[in-house]
Design a protein around this ligand. Structure first.
Ligand code: SAJ
Length: 400
């Protein structure tokens, strides 16, 4: 069995590596020649604990080889990004380009799977494209949608142990895709149709976004009411049927802050709550920036000098170095722009250097600052001694 993975990013590359480790002959394809070169040299271009050693093993054994163009295989997996355009409309052009690239190689009996997060109906749309260009393949190939669910940082474990939803365009396609994934997935493989599988992925991340929006809304109410939101949620969660998530400085990353728009764009009338949750989570970052600016003004009025401010954390969530779509980064940028003469120390312990921000070690920044703003709950921040001589703005629950 030869499998061709289109896209060697945060999901495609780990999946290709795990499949190769489980006996599949893997062709990894990326349009970026540097990614291909690094992969073939056994260097991981993404950050994922434990993954590089595994890559080296499968490259050395010849189980995985990377190319810039697809090679004839028995199964093809579309694992490319699906970003959105300026107006929050999903952009499936990468899925389409990857599909067009494999089109000439498809033959009877092949399996074609989309893993990329996609608007409902994308699998059918791509099937239509395939059969328009290659009508002789109608009824001869297997087409399915199978989303991933892994949490960055825990990918090796979750790729193997998470349950997966597999939706074929017909029963035979579902069977064929299940047979492929069962080579390396130990979690349950749940069968459905492709539309439900597409919707399931969007539902999972929208559900999390809505729940975080509830926590963020509570944090705004508590701030006004003078209640510690962390204590409040801890207490409310003692109820056997209540499980509230935690507020933060917004929602970041490439999944939860993006996927709900795939629903709001296609179902604008129906998806009221989902749209509102997006608004609340975006507003939270804006609100945090305003809080910092107000604290700086207050300090200046009281002390007749500008404060030194430590902005603690740039990553989109704790203990990672991923700054993509990070609300913390947005807040730091906004505060720096509106207070251009201020003494602002930017801290991100998981990144060595940054091309925009000059980074300061966290203990030094904490020591020097008059105002400390916790944006991302990185573990090292929790070891800092609590100091009453500083103004502390804890947006991410360092002291929860
Ligand atoms: N966040 C909060 N409060 C919380 C939990 C998270 O504010 O209580 C924030 C984080 O700080 C971060 C954002 O949410 O800014 C997203 O982080 P996350 O850990 O919830 O999720 P991701 O984006 O790293 O990964 C998600 C996961 N989806 C779900 O948990 C439903 C993962 O399983 C998916 O595979 C991934 O999206 C994806 O690729 O879709």
């Amino acid at each position: 069995m030869r499998a061709c993975f289109m896209g060697l990013g945060y999901i495609g590359l780990p999946t290709a590596i795990i499949a190769a480790k489980h006996g599949v002959e893997v062709v990894g394809v990326d349009i970026n020649p540097q990614v291909v070169e690094m992969t073939n040299a056994g260097h991981l271009h993404i950050i994922e604990p434990g993954m590089e050693a595994m890559l080296q093993e499968v490259v050395r054994s010849g189980a995985l080889k990377a190319y810039t163009t697809p090679q004839v295989s028995d199964a093809y997996f579309m694992v490319v990004p699906t970003p959105f355009k300026g107006n929050h409309e999903p952009d499936i052009s990468y899925v389409e380009a990857a599909t067009r690239a494999v089109l000439p190689l498809l033959k009877a009996g092949d399996l074609y799977v989309i893993e990329s997060t996609s608007p409902v109906g994308t699998t059918d749309k791509m099937a239509e494209l395939i059969f328009t260009e290659r009508p002789e393949l109608e009824g001869e190939i297997y087409i399915a949608y199978c989303p991933e669910r892994v949490l960055p940082g825990n990918v090796i474990y979750e790729l193997v142990h998470n349950d997966r939803v597999i939706g074929g365009r017909d029963e035979a396609s579902t069977d064929k895709a299940i047979a492929f994934y069962s080579q390396f997935v130990q979690g349950k493989l749940h069968r459905t149709n492709c539309k439900t599988a597409e919707m399931c992925k969007l539902t999972e991340n929208s559900s999390r976004d809505v729940q975080i929006a509830f926590a963020n809304e509570l944090s705004l109410i508590c701030d006004k009411a003078g209640i510690n939101v962390w204590e409040l949620i801890t207490l409310a969660n003692k109820h056997p049927r209540v499980n509230i998530l935690w507020p933060g400085c917004g929602v970041g990353g490439h999944c939860i802050a993006v996927d709900p728009y795939f629903l709001t764009a296609d179902f604008p009338v129906e998806s009221q709550l989902i749209a509102k949750a997006r608004e609340i989570n975006n507003y939270k970052a804006f609100w945090c920036a305003e809080k910092v600016e107000n604290a700086m003004l207050k300090f200046e009025l009281e002390h007749h000098r500008k404060p030194c401010v430590a902005m603690m954390g740039l990553a989109f969530k704790p203990n990672i170095d991923d700054l993509r779509e990070s609300p913390a980064k947005y807040i730091v940028t906004k505060v720096m722009q509106s207070c251009n003469n201020a003494d602002i120390l930017v801290v991100e312990p998981n990144v060595a250097t940054h091309n925009v921000f000059k980074l300061t070690p966290y203990a030094e920044a904490y020591d020097r600052a008059d105002i400390v703003v916790f944006l991302t709950a990185h573990d090292p921040f929790k070891t800092l001694p609590r100091r009453d001589d500083k103004v502390i703005l804890d947006f991410c629950g360092i002291y929860k």
